[in-house]
Write a protein that binds this ligand. Structure first.
Ligand code: ZN
Length: 257
């Protein structure tokens, strides 16, 4: 069975951690990048990474959903103070959905993202970017900050921004939504295999063929794998390349495929 890496999961939002990790290991998921969303979430993520060394790798972030003006400095300081333990900066980004903009307008979101990207550049960490309805602005800011490594996670934007992402040397990642979401499927079909990462964004609830819905877990990386392979018209074994991509992108030299 192919070895896989879940490059984006909110492990801090999952209560049954022991079972979650055991199930992931049984499905040959050899590592999980656990992303943080704010100070509390970053703290939990660091604790989980300490508990599962060499398996859970922590990214420290500040999610656009969680931005609050009085808390920005504290969040930036927490990330910088703990940057030595972080494998990446994320989840960070922009979200131009109306409900998010009502709480944090575009200018505010952009100014926070600029600061976070500057940390990524300063400490040479990859940036894990949420870009819903803000694909071009996200790419522009990542580029302007001269961040060397970035992934546009669960990318479902336009083909023209996708071409520029590829031109600039950046990556996108696939989630289980590749089974059914038209824009995401198109992006995964178009992205060259050497720029693709796989993830679950657990515990996001994805649509299924049945009325039953459930929270995702890193074990569902198998769904991402099968869905992405189907969209690309490849055998799942060909997508082992995405594990090599993740090792290169996050610089995980200890892991062998
Ligand atoms: Zn996420």
């Amino acid at each position: 069975m192919d070895k896989l890496i879940d490059t984006h999961a909110h492990l801090d939002e999952i209560s049954d951690t022991e079972k979650t990790i055991a199930d992931a290991k049984a499905a040959n998921v050899i590592a999980i990048i656990a992303v943080g969303s704010d100070i509390e979430s970053n703290r939990k993520t660091l604790t989980l990474a300490e508990k599962y060394p060499g398996y859970v790798f922590p990214a420290l972030g500040y999610h656009p959903y969680n931005l609050k003006a009085p808390e920005v400095d504290r969040n930036l300081q927490f990330i910088e103070a703990n940057i030595g333990q972080a494998i990446a900066i994320g989840e960070i980004g922009l979200d131009y959905h109306k409900r998010v903009r009502e709480k944090a307008d575009k200018d505010f979101q952009q100014s926070v993202l600029r600061d976070l990207l500057n940390l990524a550049r300063k400490y040479d960490k990859p940036a894990l970017v949420h870009s819903r309805y803000a694909w071009r602005d996200c790419l522009d800011l990542v580029e302007a900050a001269q961040v060397a490594r970035a992934v546009f996670h669960w990318y479902a934007g336009t083909s023209s921004v996708l071409r520029d992402i590829v031109d600039r040397g950046y990556y996108i990642s696939a989630t289980p939504a590749v089974e059914y979401h038209a824009e995401h499927r198109r992006a995964i079909k178009e992205i060259p295999l050497d720029r693709l990462l796989l993830e679950t964004d657990a515990p996001v609830v994805y649509l299924r063929g049945s009325p039953e819905e459930y929270e995702s877990r890193p074990v569902h990386l198998r769904r991402t794998l099968a869905g992405a392979a189907a969209v690309k018209g490849l055998e799942t074994s060909a997508l082992t390349a995405t594990t090599e991509n993740a090792i290169r992108f996050f610089r995980l030299p200890l892991l062998q495929v």
